[in-house]
Ligand binder design. Sequence first.
Ligand code: F0G
Length: 458
Amino acid sequence: MDLPYAEPFRIKMIEEIYQSTREEREKWLKEANYNLFNLKSSQVFIDLLTDSGTGAMSDRQWGALMTGDESYAGSQSFEQLQQTVQNITGYQYLLPTHQGRAAENVLFSALIKDGDIVPGNSHFDTTKGHIEIRKAHAVDCTIDEAFDINDLHPFKGNICLKKLENIYKIYPTEKIPFCLVTITCNSSGGQPVSLENMKAVKELSDRYGIPVFFDSARFAENAYFIKKREKGQENRSIKDICKEMFSYGDGMTMSSKKDGLVNIGGFIALNNKEIFRAASNFTIIYEGFITYGGMAGRDMAALAVGLNEATEFAYLEARISQVEYLGNKLIEYGIPVQKPIGGHAVFIDSLHFLPHVSREEFPAQTLGLEIYKEAGIRTVEIGTLLADRDPQTRENRYPKLELVRLAIPRRTYTNNHMDYIAAAIKNVYERRNEITRGYQITWEPEILRHFTVQLEEA
Ligand code: F0G
């Protein structure tokens, strides 16, 4: 008989998690004003709120922590990290930051001016925030296939070259500081960008003299999809693919909390000395000296090891096949999910799951709350609460999709947990016709409401 797949690691340390009763969960939800961000982690059995900074480090990473060099300037841990980043990306200069959005803040301070246009693919919320706070505009040029959850295009993160060139033609070059390629696209379902598309984006941008930067939070997962899905790439190593990916850009921002396999951290890497110098000044103002930028030496040491581990095929196969395992279970149960299954998360389409809940009563939030009530699983709403109000009219903005994201932390849960999650969601699905009412807002802040909004049953 063929041997089944098994993870290429064993577990050395465990953390107990509490399995609560439905009664407890209903009480806690009410106290949390029906906002899952307000729950204490001790009230959560399986936490799928995010895959950011929530994964498990390896024994080698824990070992590296002990070797951290905490010197303010020129620490050896910085050197190790710089060497690793150079090996993986080919970018010469490195600026550490405390997390991904800090890398955006530093780099964008050096590059973006009032009135600029930043084209890209499904810019992440904080990325968009850092563009808009500078009175610039993010223009989404993702291919149309990305917006049909049943379209099986293998690279739904790809940039539409026509849309991009259109931007390049409409606006003068000096208004476009760079094009931002997000790998993988979190906001459109953890979907990858192909090597072919990266190359074409770079060639097109070169013709117009516009630099290309990567938002690389999940770059290794993107490389895995290239190896698995792109013609002619199947025999290459992940590290080799990463090197080619980054050769089609001028630099990157990174949230190390994802494919850096650490709990906190970020960085900028790039080749242009002038931009490096300009960004260095902002690093010193916002983050710390340029050889630590908000990170402890030991965290840089663990990150150097994490980046090497994350770019190994065996690690990625275990990681992404677990997400796929959960996605396929849900598909088997008839649950509407975004396809193909993404690298870091499964996204449930709540408009098809809960057709009786009106959009004014937040169907994705309602579904997330039902899943928590059912089994103590915490997810996150990617729908109308997140889309927030129009700044001018103050009306709710209704996005095309109302999704519930099940983000899977790296190396943290087993496939028994995945079975438990799938069963819980199946139970909610079986009683979906009884769920006819959603929630209404009792309090919300001016912006970024989904983090702190308070709700009651409608
Ligand atoms: N870019 C992408 C594509 C992201 O997904 C994130 C964070 C960031 C940038 C910002 O990085 O959190 O280190 O400041 N995504 C997390 C999530 C928060 O839950 O998807 P950060």
